[in-house]
Write a protein that binds this ligand. Structure first.
Ligand code: HEM
Length: 422
């Protein structure tokens, strides 16, 4: 049985488009579960957005992502209003990064930083700094005891410092980077951008271009041990990166590198507070942290989707996806698929197969920063948990209004912390 095509935001497939739907995840998941059962390749045609088929099953998201020749990312790999894409074409203000590339172009660009983000190199060049920053942020939390907005004051800021250290952005510029990221990822959230959402995105992109062009010039004059230097010196087939590709690279590392991780840390702490038995069990046995981190990332799934575009007709569960049509890979829905995860809507730090989640995608575009993200979560919770005497929510968390990258925006908590060991 299939459910009729969704044509309005209040139809069953409106949840993938409607940015506000992501602020009530219990209701979002109930609707996604119904689609997964009855119509796993659900057609959505809503005015103002490209039409697509929404995939909600883990196996289907996996199957499509593992065929990168049949299903391309293209410049339109994220669901944005069509007017935004029209405007890009009209103004020539194109954002092009790894997630907008395919084939050899993608491979060539990915190779530039791929080794840098592998576990061995991360351990060598950044782990100590990540651990120091985790300590500093838990100290900062202690200084603000007994209450703070954890998401804003700690969860958001720690990954920002890590990624900016890696990129080579000086500390005083970090607030600017934070604002621009929020404007790009949650442009329809009134808190993050004033006025027209498209204008907000266009202005943020312009500022990114200016900023990173200046940083490139600086590193060409005086190289350092950071990604800015790697990118300013990088060549593909002997030629330096084009301006659009280079700035796109900075932007994807700067943006993908912190909001995602912040949302996972915030979602993880919320889940642990709501499951005090699991919090205690993790405190009693820190060796459980690796599996817990996977479960936290499955649970939070901060990247809600990416799109792919068919290069030929393709049949899936009796639906013919025609050449040129788009499919939306719903990582959020796939990670709650009961065909893979037992009792998928319960949070369980002991879940044996938590690492099978698709929160980092799979295949050639698999998240470049997955090892770094896990390292950050491990470092943060390893520092926090032994020092935590008590913690509780003092109000309801609020969620970002975004259909692309999202999670908890405010997490009001009351707590008591011990000093760290010297
Ligand atoms: C928990 C945190 C994170 C999550 C959930 C996450 C999720 C994702 C997802 C879903 C994709 C697309 C995968 C696909 O299409 O198959 C992706 C790609 C990417 N991520 Fe992450 N990410 C996280 C952290 C990071 C960090 C810390 C970095 C820092 C460098 C990063 C950099 C990237 C880049 C550069 C890509 C594009 C890769 C490509 O297209 O080849 N991410 N990420």
């Amino acid at each position: 049985m299939s459910i009729a095509t969704t044509r309005t935001l209040d139809g069953p497939g409106g949840i993938f488009v409607d940015t506000a739907a992501y602020t009530d995840l219990a209701s979002w998941h109930a609707k996604a579960d119904a689609l997964r059962r009855a119509d796993p390749v659900h057609r959505v045609e809503i005015d103002g957005y490209m039409s697509f088929y929404a995939l909600t099953r883990h196996a289907d998201v996996f199957e499509i992502e593992r065929q990168p020749e049949r299903f391309l990312n293209t410049l339109q790999s994220v669901l944005l209003p069509t007017t935004f894409y029209d405007q890009q074409i009209a103004t020539g203000l194109v954002i092009k990064s790894l997630v907008h590339m395919d084939g050899q172009e993608h491979l060539g660009h990915r190779k530039i930083t791929n080794d840098w983000f592998k576990p061995g190199n991360l351990r060598k060049v950044i782990e100590q700094r990540v651990n120091e920053l985790a300590r500093q942020f838990v100290d900062r939390m202690m200084a603000r005891a007994p209450e703070c907005d954890f998401a804003r004051e700690i969860g958001l800021m720690f990954p920002l410092h890590v990624i900016m250290s890696i990129l080579g952005v000086p500390e005083p510029d970090e607030p600017l980077m934070l604002r621009l990221t929020q404007e790009l990822f949650a442009s329809e959230d009134p808190e993050f951008g004033e006025g027209d959402a498209l204008e907000v995105i266009a202005n943020a992109s312009r500022t990114f271009f200016e900023y990173f062009n200046n940083l490139t010039e600086d590193r060409r004059r005086s190289p350092a041990h950071d990604i800015a230097t790697v990118l300013s010196e990088a060549t593909i087939d002997g030629a330096p990166l084009g301006e659009i590709e280079r700035v796109g690279y900075y932007m994807i590392v700067a943006t993908a590198g912190h909001d995602t991780t912040s949302n996972s840390i915030n979602g993880g702490l919320e889940a642990l507070m709501r499951h005090p038995d699991q919090l205690r069990s993790l405190q009693d046995d820190p060796t459980k942290i690796d599996r817990a981190v996977d479960e936290i990332i499955r649970w939070a799934t901060p990247v809600r989707h990416f799109l792919r575009h068919a290069t030929e007709d393709y049949d899936l569960h009796g639906v013919r996806i025609r050449k040129g049509e788009a499919v939306l890979l719903s990582y959020l829905a796939a990670n709650r698929d009961d065909a893979v995860f037992e009792d998928p809507h319960s949070f369980d730090i002991e879940r044996a197969n938590a690492s099978e989640h698709l929160a980092f995608g799979t295949g050639v575009h698999f998240c470049l920063g997955s090892h770094l993200a896990r390292m950050e979560l491990r470092a943060f919770f390893r520092e926090l948990l032994p020092r935590l005497e008590s913690i509780e929510l003092t109000g309801e968390p609020t969620h970002s209004v975004s259909n692309f990258v999202g999670g908890i925006k405010n997490l009001p908590v009351r707590y008591s912390l011990r000093a760290g060991q010297q």
